[in-house]
Design a protein around this ligand. Structure first.
Ligand code: ADP
Ligand code: ZN
Ligand code: ZN
Length: 732
């Protein structure tokens, strides 16, 4: 039949689009939300396509019930990108499209006005009571910040980015009548192009030259530059060039904790048109930013992985900083890789994408070898900083105190004595990973997982880092009653306690998820550090990421052995990246840095290659090992996970799927398993998985397409939950 038909991505866990007749009197555009009738429900959907024929017989076709938006929320280009992602990850298309909308707009709510809230000083607010700084330092800080601006006013988003965690204080100031909210009309941010910034060095110039030639067309570049080589400087200059052509820039960063420093640098050079999007914002702030980007009122977006779905008006450049970082992969629900999607997004937008890292992923290096990505290198640190010297410290015969050997302690003392800063890295938070009874051998097992509960001494709790279960630390052994409980191993809390006593004269700052869980506390800790001279910094991998600590000249890696003998084939790559990133924090100022890595396996080939020849040599070696084993990036994988309260239920579900898949006999697709997951029991559920692997992506996807249809069509399996992970990054 022929008519106007809307193909709708319905917000429900369904894999196909659904067709609805558009009533003759109704106007609707692609990208608008509509209400439809679906079984017994009336969900919302987004129109993805308007066509004039359907395979479905005319009389069974229902009509759209209502059109919610006059102005479409998403453009054709974005819808194409989203439907591509849904198909690639075998994720329900309606849920995928919803990922591109702010929470409120996933429901029937109206769009907020595009004007943004602005805070302005009142006449009273300009007269700072002189003792306010003492009585209410946060209030004084905000008033001071506003009065330093010529207009005495700033958009809320700008203010909150400069002064994180200020929501309650703003309300307090409003209550006192010292500031007031203004609603400004939606205007485009002025694009500022301040000169400033260091003159690019010859290496940077060569890279910029190559990248500038890509503006206006799709091209993928892997910017492989050692830490401190001036990659960010390259992003800034390239962004400025793209802005000058009236286009927008999307910059993805792995961690919310990285955004303040980067934001400050981008704002300093490009002005307030630089906006952020991450999980630390309120919903209305997120929607505001989304709106401004969509309408082209702001032009640069800095965000964590989900920012990849923001519909920037006229995208001209995508940057993925620290592209190797596993946090670009969403590991629950819609399991996408923002790094991989960035490449597709750029392709759809016809613009260049830059993947930057000091430790590129093996996937990206492989793509560069194959000529799919252009590899650009920055081999020297920019400015005056030199590369740090890295040494292994054999601790096989060393007595340890809180994990620290005598030689490491001596170096720390010397560096502090010279007025410089030390960073100690231990990738385990808490006091100790296990509590044990020395009388009967009891261990602090988690009742719900195949894992131990970690001792958190300060809070007096045993906590499971996998399911979150916690209990009070027992005074006596729960099994035999002996008062003979002892912590085994060490975490950052223990290291902190020991060092605070040992180096009582120096400030110590701990940075891990426990110490910085309050909003804004990481920024405050970092600010303290930037003011201090000699100081100690103790932390987990949160420290390794991108931060710039110019006074740190010694980095100690307390325990490098954790990742060396793991079941996951990616663990050596992760370990190498982490070590190099941590090492990269040393000596970023004028003084040279040193890195000391404590290990019981100083002859381990990976460590040797890494220390003697650097990351690239390591990566080459790791790539040839992967090639020999036929592992990614030399093959492609998908992981079908299942869990149930009884392992047998999960396994029999997977057995059924595996039997079916083997009968499809798609050439070259291999099936491994089902096998129990490395940690079988987690949060009370028993887990197993089926690994599907093929040398070519196409064959894998032919099977996955049929497989997800097969599973969806199975009679409802109540006891079993399942998920499909395309390009999994771990087997847990
Ligand atoms: P990366 O992103 O590769 O770690 P950055 O861009 O942050 O490197 O640069 C590291 C440091 O070197 C920063 O303090 C930056 O201001 C400085 N820098 C970058 N490029 C130059 C240059 N051409 N000349 C002098 N200093 C530079
Ligand atoms: Zn006991
Ligand atoms: Zn647990």
């Amino acid at each position: 039949m022929s008519a106007r038909i809307a193909r709708v991505a319905v917000a429900a866990p369904l894999h196909s689009l659904f067709d609805y007749q558009i009533p003759a009197t109704v106007e609707v555009a692609v990208g608008s939300r509509v209400r439809v009738s679906f079984g017994h429900t009336r969900p919302i959907g987004v129109v993805v396509e308007i066509v004039d024929s359907t395979d479905r017989p005319g009389d069974s076709l229902k009509s759209l019930e209502a059109v919610l938006d006059r102005e479409p929320l998403l453009r054709q280009q974005e819808l194409d990108f989203l439907t591509w992602a849904a198909a690639y990850y075998h994720h329900p298309v309606g849920e995928t499209v919803a990922a591109a909308l702010p929470l409120r707009l996933r429901k029937a709510d109206k769009m907020l006005p595009a004007g943004e809230p602005v805070w302005a000083l009142t006449a009273e607010g300009r007269q700072l009571p002189h003792d306010l700084a003492r009585r209410a330092p946060r209030q004084a800080e905000i008033l001071g910040w506003l009065s330093a601006l010529p207009t005495g006013q700033a958009p809320q988003a700008v203010l909150r980015a400069a002064l994180p965690d200020s929501g309650a204080t703003l309300r307090a100031l409003q209550g006192k009548g010292w500031i007031k909210p203004l609603e400004l009309p939606a205007t485009s941010d002025v694009i500022i192009q301040r000169d400033g910034g260091p003159r690019p060095n010859p290496e940077q110039l060569a890279v910029l030259d190559a990248l500038s030639g890509d503006i206006g067309r799709f091209a993928v570049s892997l910017l492989d530059g050692v830490t401190g080589s001036g990659k960010t400087e390259v992003y800034l200059r390239l962004s400025a060039a793209v802005l000058a052509r009236g286009k927008g820039v999307l910059v993805l960063v792995p961690e919310i904790s990285l955004t303040p420093q980067l934001l400050a640098r981008f704002r300093e050079r490009l002005g307030d048109t630089v906006r952020v999007l991450h999980s630390g914002l309120t919903e209305s702030e997120r929607e505001q930013t989304w709106q401004r980007m969509r309408r082209g009122l702001s032009h640069v977006l800095l965000g964590t992985r989900s920012a990849i779905f923001t519909p920037l008006a006229d995208l001209g450049l995508v940057v993925v900083d620290e592209e190797h970082d596993p946090s670009f992969k969403q590991t629950e629900g819609f399991r996408y890789s923002a790094r991989d999607l960035a490449v597709v997004r750029a392709q759809r937008s016809g613009c260049p994408v830059v993947l930057g890292s000091a430790t590129p992923s093996l996937e990206s290096l492989r793509n560069a070898q194959l000529g799919r990505y252009r590899q650009l290198r920055l081999d020297r640190r920019a400015g005056r900083a030199q590369s740090p010297r890295i040494d292994l410290l054999d601790i096989r015969d060393q007595p340890l105190r809180a994990g620290m050997s005598r030689p490491l302690l001596d170096r720390v003392a010397a560096v502090l004595g010279a007025g410089e800063q030390v960073m100690l890295f231990l990738n385990r938070r808490g006091y100790a990973p296990v509590l044990s009874c020395f009388s009967c051998g009891w261990l602090s097992d988690c009742p719900h997982c195949d894992a131990r509960q970690t001792l958190h001494k300060a809070s007096g709790l045993l906590c499971c880092h996998h399911c979150g279960a916690q209990r009070r630390v027992p005074l006596a052994c729960p099994a035999c009653g002996a008062e003979d409980l002892h912590p085994l191993g060490q975490g950052t809390e223990q290291l902190e306690g020991f060092l605070t006593e040992h180096f009582a004269d120096y400030p110590l700052i701990r940075i891990d998820r426990d110490a910085t869980s309050r909003k804004g506390s990481l920024e405050r800790q970092l600010a303290r550090l930037h003011q201090a001279r000699a100081a100690l910094l103790v932390g987990t991998q949160m420290l390794a990421k991108g931060h710039h600590f110019p006074r740190v000249t010694l980095v100690g890696v307390v325990d490098a052995d954790g990742g060396l003998y793991s079941a996951d084939y990616r663990s050596t790559e992760r370990m190498a990246q982490l070590l190099v990133q941590v090492a990269g924090r040393a000596g970023r100022g004028d003084r040279p840095g040193q890195v000391l890595i404590q290990t019981r396996y100083p002859d381990y080939p990976l460590l040797q290659t890494l220390v003697r020849h650097g990351y690239r040599a390591f990566a080459e070696q790791a790539l040839s090992e992967r090639a020999a084993a036929g592992l990614p990036p030399f093959s492609h994988q998908a992981l079908l996970r299942a869990d149930a309260t009884r392992l047998a239920d999960a396994e029999s579900f997977l057995d059924g799927v595996a039997d079916w898949a083997r009968r499809q006999a798609i050439a070259e697709v291999e099936l491994w398993g089902p096998v129990p997951a490395p940690m079988v029991r987690r949060a009370g559920r028993h887990r197993a998985h089926l690994l599907i692997q093929a040398p070519q992506r196409d064959a894998l996807h032919v099977l996955l397409q049929a497989l997800s249809e097969f599973i969806v069509g199975l009679p409802k399996i109540r006891r079993v939950r399942w998920s499909l992970d395309v390009d999994p990054i771990d087997l847990y």
